[in-house]
Design a protein around this ligand. Structure first.
Ligand SMILES: *[C@@H]1O[C@H](CO)[C@@H](O)[C@H](O)[C@H]1NC(C)=O
Ligand SMILES: *[C@@H]1O[C@H](CO)[C@@H](O)[C@H](O)[C@H]1NC(C)=O
Ligand SMILES: *[C@@H]1O[C@H](CO)[C@@H](O)[C@H](O)[C@H]1NC(C)=O
Ligand SMILES: *[C@@H]1O[C@H](CO)[C@@H](O)[C@H](O)[C@H]1NC(C)=O
Ligand SMILES: *[C@@H]1O[C@H](CO)[C@@H](O)[C@H](O)[C@H]1NC(C)=O
Ligand SMILES: *[C@@H]1O[C@H](CO)[C@@H](O)[C@H](O)[C@H]1NC(C)=O
Ligand SMILES: *[C@@H]1O[C@H](CO)[C@@H](O)[C@H](O)[C@H]1NC(C)=O
Length: 598
């Protein structure tokens, strides 16, 4: 019924006798998963360059993510769409995807791979939604070993994409490329032909459509092109429900208004972020010209962060890991069960885990922030799991704190960690509590930017069903020890402890005159005592030339005590903490600049 309502019909007069050699329009056959429904190898050449049209849809809305989804070269993708490699596309923008199309067992295909996500647990959904009909469920069933009813999150699928190479006849008639285009509501053969500036006749011939054929939305047509497709032929396609067909007219109309508002809003968001980035870049360039010593790396990070918005997690073979780590050689050992792996010319950290890491991988594939250590892939071998992470050159904060460093560096690290937690609490979907923050789990990259790692104890915020008590001694909030209740304030508490360690250079639990002491207890005792100011100076780890910055260090200590308040409600949120730290950083900078001016 629905189909009958939504379909649009086209009746075209055509003689079908002379067109046998072209591809047959397969109508709705790809929706029935029995046949492969790819185009047959009837072209002049067994392989060729061909093109697909894909509509930008979050998370596949940037050059990086679309190229990864389609296994195509990002530079070529950017070039043919006349954009830069860091471009984010608006929703529903048509993107031209260049692919290498070749004949495989009678059928043309371009192959890519895809990791099943919880939203795409059937071959049909992968073909129709994720790949927008550019693949077919029948071909997925043939190409993959998994039973279609037993697909699981994280499985790697081989995905054949529908493409074809021109036939001898077409080449003689000037066609150089075939483009695979999925019809939308409202498309007609005439409209499509005129958009791609080809004759209706050649379009009909290329798809062997005759007068009794109907073309359906969500099915593909081949567009014969004399030249590479150009960006001028692509549009932003928005589908508005055909309200005249719907009995529930008013509610639909309202819905489309809401959709409209949502679209406008997301445009605004994109616009605002672009303007911000451009602004930051401009400021950066300006500042660079004025003051070459300033070496802020933020804008580039920001760009990278946005360009790789949704994460693509690779499944490695054990062999690849063995090669990368020289079979887990001692010289590649970093610490614990972590090894340095060389993958091509990139260094990653490979961590062996005894436990099932599915939950962690699932979580890490959804979070993406510059201050959280990135997961690139994983591997399962026998009973062990291996996680492949971003390599953090400077090791853990705990090790780093064994030496003396400038206050400014340390405040920057505090800001990095606070930003990572802020994202995890407020912006990740769902929100998470890290639940095991300590200086061993904070790692530093080559630019001394801090990132949070080790999410093995992380939990969804406010998960009432999960109250096991885990964590690290000296960092755990009192309410957690009492009831096991998890809120974001548990991380705020641990962050307070990290701040104290950053300011004092001492461990969360340290030895003093042969006795173990909690750092928090020691600092609290001092701050509540008689000569708080002067005594706290003795605890803070500043070089002599920095004594003038002591006030700022004391401000950080006070902030940390707020974070560790017994009553979790009175602890600040990560938002407030980030603001306070940024203010301290700016004051610190102004003071330094002021000194040079004098
Ligand atoms: C599958 O292919 C066969 C032979 O090519 C054809 O007869 C059949 O109709 C196709 N099935 C569907 C569902 O279209
Ligand atoms: C698919 O097509 C075959 C015949 O080609 C038919 O027997 C079968 O019922 C169809 N399946 C669905 C789900 O439509
Ligand atoms: C097609 O293959 C060639 C050679 O392997 C490669 O250089 C090119 O980047 C590929 N094209 C695309 C669009 O991936
Ligand atoms: C490519 O983009 C540039 C500027 O972004 C524009 O001037 C040029 O006309 C575009 N080319 C095509 C073919 O659209
Ligand atoms: C296929 O995908 C389109 C959207 O891309 C959707 O509207 C349509 O309902 C899907 N078809 C089926 C049978 O689920
Ligand atoms: C090629 O062009 C000739 C003459 O216009 C036409 O008769 C023939 O059908 C065309 N063939 C194809 C495959 O487009
Ligand atoms: C459309 O194609 C014709 C030749 O078939 C060409 O002369 C014309 O310039 C093309 N128009 C555009 C807008 O590309």
């Amino acid at each position: 019924m629905k189909w009958a309502m939504l379909n649009f019909f086209m009746f075209i007069c055509f003689q079908s006798s002379c067109i046998k050699s072209q591809q047959q329009y397969s109508a709705n056959e790809p929706l029935n998963c029995t046949n492969k429904s790819l185009y047959t190898c009837n072209g002049q050449h067994p392989s060729c360059t061909s093109f697909l049209i894909f509509k930008s849809q979050s998370p596949y809305n940037s050059v990086a993510t679309i190229a990864a989804l389609m296994s195509t070269n990002p530079s070529e993708l950017a070039l043919i769409n006349n954009v830069s490699k860091t471009t984010i596309f608006p929703r529903d923008k048509e993107i031209i995807i260049p692919v290498n199309c070749s004949c495989n067992q009678q059928y043309y295909q371009a192959t890519t791979s895809y990791h099943i996500s919880p939203q795409s647990l059937t071959y049909f959904v992968v073909a129709n939604l994720t790949f927008q009909g550019l693949s077919t469920c029948g071909s997925l069933i043939h190409a993959n070993p998994y039973n279609q009813y037993e697909l699981k999150d994280g499985f790697e699928l081989k995905v054949p994409l529908r493409c074809a190479c021109p036939t001898k006849d077409q080449i003689l008639n000037g066609t150089k490329y075939l483009l695979t285009y999925r019809l939308s509501f409202g498309d007609t053969v005439n409209l499509v032909a005129s958009r791609f500036n080809i004759t209706v006749k050649s379009l009909l011939q290329a798809n062997r459509i005759s007068k009794t054929n109907t073309v359906y939305p969500f099915t593909t047509l081949l567009i014969p092109l004399p030249d590479k497709p150009s960006i001028s032929e692509t549009v932003i396609q928005r589908y508005n429900p055909p309200s005249s067909l719907s009995p529930a007219r008013t509610s639909k109309a309202r819905k489309s208004i809401i959709v409209g508002i949502a679209v406008v809003c997301s445009f605004l968001v994109i616009l605002v972020s672009l303007v911000t980035i451009l602004g930051v870049l401009y400021m950066r360039r300006k500042r660079k010209n004025e003051n070459m010593t300033e070496n802020e790396i933020l804008p580039e990070d920001l760009l990278m962060k946005i360009a790789s918005f949704e994460r693509i997690i690779k499944v490695y073979s054990f062999k690849e890991l063995q090669t990368a780590t020289e079979n887990f050689a001692h010289k590649r050992w970093i610490k614990g069960s972590v090894y340095r792996g060389l993958f091509g010319n990139q260094i990653f950290a490979v961590k062996k885990m005894g436990i099932d890491v599915c939950k962690q991988v699932n979580m890490l594939s959804k979070i993406n922030h510059i201050n959280l250590v990135k997961l690139y892939g994983f591997c399962k071998h026998q009973d062990s799991w291996y996680l492949v992470f971003e390599y953090m050159k400077m090791g853990s904060l705990k090790e780093w704190l064994k030496q003396t460093h400038s206050l400014r560096r340390r405040v920057q690290i505090a800001i990095d960690v606070a930003n990572g937690l802020r994202y995890l609490h407020n912006f990740a979907k769902p929100g998470y509590v890290h639940n095991n923050l300590n200086t061993s789990n904070i790692l530093l990259d080559g630019n001394l930017r801090a990132k949070i790692s080790n999410f093995s104890l992380a939990r969804k915020i406010d998960d009432v069903n999960d109250t096991r008590i885990v964590g690290t001694r000296g960092y755990m909030a009192p309410e957690y020890l009492g009831s096991g209740l998890i809120t974001s304030k548990v991380d705020v508490y641990s962050f307070g402890v990290v701040l104290l360690e950053l300011m004092t250079g001492k461990d969360a639990v340290f030895r003093y005159e042969g006795q173990e002491m909690l750092l928090k207890a020691a600092i609290c005792a001092i701050m509540e005592g008689e000569n708080a100011e002067s005594e706290i100076w003795g605890m803070i780890d500043l070089g002599n030339e920095e004594i003038g910055s002591m006030d700022y260090a004391v401000q950080v200590v006070k902030l940390s005590l707020n974070c560790m308040k017994h009553d979790q409600e009175s602890r600040p949120s990560m938002d407030e903490i980030v603001s306070s730290l940024v203010k301290i950083k700016i004051d610190l900078q102004c003071k330094t600049i002021g000194k040079y001016v004098e």
